[in-house]
Design a protein around this ligand. Structure first.
Ligand code: ATP
Ligand code: MG
Ligand code: MG
Length: 373
């Protein structure tokens, strides 16, 4: 087939490349890291900055279409590529998703509920801006935050200025801390002709701000799951989105549905789809990018995904024998050379007749590994 391009060569880029190559597409990857996970599986690795004009030109010359594995691509780079070849998703979606303030306002303007929030800018009277907000709150930088990085708790309004100075940012949002009953995500794919398919909701459990487990089927009411699909669909329609879109949701203690954030790409909480669905989220990314019919999102088996973080490597390479004693677990390693605490090194999918059983299997593995959470 025609050559495809992707901006970003982390694990999401790597899994996109593998899915594309299985379908016969050569892939070029642009990523400044010479050791990025996608480099070894790509047909061509352009090792340059994301706004390097020569690299972008080369990508546009060789690729029939381009997608992204993360949202922090400059508007200038996106616009250049868009004048040359199809870029899916496009710059409009990325511009919103890379800026928490725009993203949250966009949700609110669509009539979707979010945690109460205010925008904080340098020179603002911070306490005045936050006077109507309910504390405790969380301050989040508007840009470049992930895995809970760039976030600080603000227990009371009296600590606002101290936290602002500590966060060291141009701009932030301050949002009320919600008493969470549950968290879950919806991943959808939308095609060039506006067709949409939805993956089963994933119930997400975080540990220190990082995704730990995704449980499917989610133990979330059908009413809330249906409402969440409608929310996600409205977001995709409003953006005239083409590609894979992930939307994270909170369920408040009162049982209300709130939108947290979105990701304009496959998502960590959708990795279960690689082993448990007819078509994975990366298959969908290839299909949406190429204007092909979308794949079946049907769940073949209950599944729990568990992230393997660098912490597990503290005493050297984990004991894979112990993992492989559980035949229902599938192992995915990204081939990253350096294991750092909190770094996503891989994930496992545990399949079983019931999600509860899959959870027990992972629990047993953790015990074997002396890796309690
Ligand atoms: P990601 O890695 O998913 O991109 P992120 O760094 O962008 O994460 P968020 O998704 O905003 O950050 O927050 C990370 C986690 O922190 C959430 O999944 C949730 O568990 C918790 N959290 C964030 N905001 C709130 C809030 N307003 N109330 C309660 N918990 C919150
Ligand atoms: Mg995020
Ligand atoms: Mg998040």
């Amino acid at each position: 087939g025609a050559t495809l391009g992707i901006l970003g060569g982390g694990q999401l880029g790597q899994m996109f490349v593998l899915a594309a190559r299985r379908m016969g597409y050569p892939v070029w990857v642009l990523d400044p890291d010479p050791d990025c996970p996608a480099a070894e599986v790509a047909n061509q690795h352009l090792c340059a900055a994301y706004d390097d004009i020569n690299a972008l030109q080369s990508l546009a010359d060789h690729c029939a279409a381009v997608t992204v594995e993360f949202e922090n691509i400059s508007a200038a780079a996106m616009h250049y590529l868009e004048t040359r070849i199809p870029v899916r998703p496009g710059s409009a979606a990325l511009a919103i998703a890379q800026d928490r303030a725009r993203e949250k306002s966009f949700f609110r303007d669509l009539g979707l509920d979010t945690a109460p929030f205010v925008l904080l800018r340098p020179g603002d009277d911070l306490e005045e801006a936050a006077q109507d907000l309910i504390f405790p709150a969380i301050m989040k930088t508007t840009r470049f935050g992930y895995d809970g990085k760039g976030q600080q708790p603000v227990p009371a309004i009296s600590e606002l200025v101290t936290v602002w100075n500590r966060l060291h940012t141009q701009e932030a949002i301050l949002e009320s801390r919600i008493q969470l009953l549950q968290e879950f995500s919806i991943i959808l794919a939308r095609s060039v002709d506006g067709m949409m398919v939805f993956y089963p909701a994933a119930e997400n459990i975080h540990h220190h701000g990082v995704l730990d487990l995704s449980i499917v089927p989610a133990r979330v009411s059908v009413v809330l799951q249906t409402q969440a699909r409608h929310y996600a669909a409205r977001i995709a329609e409003a953006l005239e989105y083409v590609g894979v879109l992930a939307v994270e949701f909170f369920v408040s203690a009162e049982g209300r549905l709130l939108v947290n954030e979105m990701a304009p790409r496959p998502h960590n909480s959708g990795h279960y789809s690689i082993d448990a669905c007819v078509g994975s989220q990366f298959d969908q990314q290839v299909r949406a990018l190429c204007g092909l019919p979308l794949a079946d999102t049907r769940l073949i088996s209950p599944v729990v995904m568990m992230n393997l973080l660098g912490d597990l490597w503290e005493a050297g390479e984990p004991d894979w024998q112990k993992l492989l004693q559980h035949p229902q677990i599938k192992l995915h390693l990204y081939g990253k050379k350096m294991a750092r605490p909190g770094r996503k090194m891989g994930h496992v999918n545990a399949l079983s007749t019931e999600a509860e059983r899959a959870l027990s299997v992972l629990e047993a593995l953790r015990q074997d590994w002396h890796w309690p959470r």
